[in-house]
Write a protein that binds this ligand. Structure first.
Ligand code: GSH
Length: 228
């Protein structure tokens, strides 16, 4: 049975979708990041980066959401493109593009829009610009083909869904306006039974909702340490 360490945040949710799509048996284990549970020594032994998600599958431990998607797809032999170097090259490119660009820039856009104690116009503009630019690249790809890689729904689409369904949170209420093709894919995935089961997982556990001093200390370590 796969142990799945999760919260309701975007990166764990893409893994929840993937586990549900692949019909793999798993035990969801909540990690309440607003209570600082990601910093407990027993969790750091699983993910030294102190973030969710992570999985433990027998003697295999995997952290970082897109690495987990690839691990699960290879384990299940599902939701992967054709087994050719060309298709694998495309898969890895888009998987890394989502992991290294879409996720981090969206996360920073949300941070500077919602959480930064001061409104820093420069930072806000940079991260929203970059998040928007990355979504534009996904949208252009999806204007030409129904799914991100190959001609079938796969793990890159799941990775995209994790963050893209929250575009209005990162880019504001008109955030979808420029991305009709991306919206089509996100809506299609959200309508799947696996997506409903994945999002329902958030309600299985009562995660802390307040963003109080405890949450701030657990998640925004930079506010207590001067490095610049
Ligand atoms: N690169 C990592 C990022 C994971 C990440 O940032 N997770 C967030 C939730 S989406 C988290 O654990 N936040 C808690 C914290 O920053 O303390 C991945 O893709 O899994």
């Amino acid at each position: 049975m796969i142990k799945f360490y999760y919260s309701g945040a975007p990166n764990p949710m893409k893994v929840a979708l993937c586990l549900e799509e692949m019909d793999l048996a798993y035990e969801p284990i909540p990690v309440d990041t607003r209570k600082g549970e990601q910093h407990k020594p027993e969790y750091l032994a699983i993910n030294p980066n102190a973030k969710v998600p992570a999985i433990v599958d027998g003697d295999a431990t995997v952290f970082d959401s897109n690495a987990i998607l690839l691990y699960l797809a290879e384990k299940a032999g599902k939701f992967l493109p054709a087994n050719t170097l060309k298709a694998r090259g495309e898969l890895l490119s888009w998987l890394m593009f989502v992991a290294s660009g879409v996720g981090p820039f969206s996360g920073q856009a949300v941070h500077f829009r919602q959480y930064a104690p001061e409104k820093i116009e420069y930072a806000l503009n940079r991260y929203m610009y970059e998040a928007q630019r990355h979504y534009g690249i996904l949208d252009a790809r999806l204007a030409k083909q129904p799914y991100m890689v190959g001609d079938a729904y796969g793990i890159v689409d799941m990775a995209v869904w994790g963050w893209a369904r929250l575009i209005p949170v990162a880019l504001g209420e008109n955030g979808w306006a420029k991305f009709p093709n991306l919206k089509r894919l996100v809506d299609e995935i959200s309508a799947r039974a696996a997506a409903a089961r994945a999002t329902a997982l958030r309600d299985k556990h009562k995660f802390k909702t307040e963003f109080d001093e405890e949450a701030r200390r657990a998640m925004f370590g930079h506010m207590d340490v001067k490095v610049a």
